[in-house]
Design a protein around this ligand. Structure first.
Ligand SMILES: [Zn+2]
Length: 326
C-alpha cells in the first residue's frame, strides 16, 4: 500500500453517473493505479435504470431479452446492470464501489427527468452530503469527476455529477457542513475526464485507414474542443485492456461488434495513442508549469507513476498542436 507524506494510504475516488461510465472514461488509468498499490473507489450516482438495450444479440434465443416484451425490458435491465457493474469494477480493480442511490434521470427532456427519485431532481445540498460522507470515510487525495463544459453530451446525470462533485470537494474539509458525515477530510486535487479532439481525430483516421469507415461523424468531430485545457497525460498502454474488457462486461450497453468502441483493438490503440488525458481543475498542491504536463495524478502528493523508460517528459500540447493543424 502506498502512503502520502502524512502516512495516509493513497486513494483516488472517481465519480460517475451510470454503470458503464467507469468503463468508457478512465478505466486504464484506474486499473494502473490499483496495480501500483493505490486504493481506488468508484462512486456511481445512479443505477442506470433508463438505459436502452444497445446489444441486439441479447434478444437472440438464450439471451436475457429473448421473448421479453418491450414494456418489460426496463425491469430486466434494472436487474442486469448491477451485475454488469460489479464485473466491470472487478476487471478495473476497484477496491470499493459505492452506489449513491439515485435513480437514472434518462436523456434530456425525457419523462424520467421528472421522477422525484432521480438524480436530476435531487436537492443539491442533500446529494453533496451523500458524496461528502463517502469522501470523509474513504479519504481520497485525488477526486475525478466530469467536465464543467458538457455541451458535447448534456445528459442531466452527467451535468449533475459535475455540480455535486465540485461542491463536495469544497465541503468535505469544512466542519460546518454535514457534521453527521464523519471527521473532515480535504482532498488535494480534482480532475476532469476529457476525450481530446486530437485522440478522436487520430482514432478516426486510423479506422479509415484500417477499414475505410469510421463511426465518428461530423457531429462528433465538431464537438467543443478541450484539448488546450489538458494538464495531465498518463501513459496507460499497459492497461488498455481494462477499457475493452470492462466495456464488454456491460453487455446490455455495449455491442461487441460496434466500431465505436472496438474499431481498433487494444494493441492498435496503445500504438496509436498510449495515453489518457486529464484536466487538473482544483489543486491544493503544486500545479504543472505552463509548458509542462503532469504524468501522474498524484504529482505533488507522492511519486507513484514513473515515466516509462525511453519516453521523454512530453512538452505540453506539442503533439496536440502538431496533429490538430495537419
Ligand atoms: Zn452515463
Amino acid at each position: 500500500m502506498r502512503l502520502d507524506a502524512n502516512g495516509h494510504p493513497l486513494c483516488v475516488l472517481t465519480v460517475h453517473a451510470h454503470p458503464d461510465d467507469e468503463a468508457s472514461k478512465g478505466a486504464p488509468t484506474l486499473a494502473a493505479y490499483a496495480d501500483l498499490g493505490v486504493r481506488t473507489v468508484l462512486v456511481c450516482c445512479t443505477g442506470g435504470e433508463e438505459g436502452d438495450l444497445q446489444n441486439p444479440a441479447l434478444r437472440e434465443p438464450g439471451g436475457p431479452f429473448h421473448g421479453v416484451e418491450p414494456e418489460a425490458e426496463k425491469a430486466v435491465m434494472a436487474r442486469l446492470r448491477p451485475i454488469e457493474l460489479s464485473r466491470s469494477a472487478e476487471i478495473i480493480g476497484f477496491h470499493e464501489v459505492v452506489m449513491l442511490g439515485y435513480r437514472d434521470s434518462g436523456m434530456v427532456d425525457s419523462p424520467a427527468n421528472q421522477n422525484p427519485a432521480c438524480f436530476h431532481q435531487a436537492d443539491l445540498d442533500e446529494a453533496v452530503g451523500r458524496l461528502v460522507a463517502v469522501i470523509r470515510r474513504t479519504r481520497p487525495q485525488v477526486i475525478i469527476t466530469y467536465n464543467d463544459d458538457q455541451r458535447g453530451y448534456p445528459h442531466p446525470d452527467h451535468v449533475k455529477v459535475h455540480d455535486v462533485s465540485v461542491v463536495a470537494f469544497e465541503r468535505a474539509g469544512d466542519p460546518t457542513w454535514y457534521p453527521w458525515a464523519g471527521p473532515v477530510w480535504q482532498p488535494l486535487k480534482m480532475y476532469y475526464t476529457v476525450w481530446t479532439k486530437t485522440r478522436m481525430r487520430m482514432v478516426h483516421d486510423a479506422m479509415i485507414a484500417k477499414s475505410g469507415k469510421s463511426p465518428f461523424d461530423e457531429k462528433w468531430l465538431s464537438r467543443p474542443s478541450h484539448d488546450d485545457r489538458v494538464t495531465t497525460r498518463l501513459h496507460i498502454a499497459s492497461h488498455m485492456h481494462a477499457r475493452s474488457q470492462a466495456l464488454l462486461a456491460h453487455a446490455t450497453q455495449v455491442d461487441p461488434t460496434e466500431a465505436w468502441w472496438f474499431g481498433l483493438d487494444d494493441d492498435e490503440l496503445s500504438a496509436l495513442y498510449p495515453w489518457e488525458d486529464w484536466v487538473l481543475a482544483r489543486s491544493a498542491v503544486s500545479s504543472p508549469e505552463a509548458d509542462a504536463v503532469e504524468i501522474c495524478l498524484f504529482d505533488g502528493i507522492a511519486e507513484v507513476m514513473a515515466l516509462p523508460t525511453g519516453v521523454d517528459r512530453p512538452q505540453r500540447l506539442v503533439e496536440l498542436e502538431r496533429t490538430s493543424t495537419t
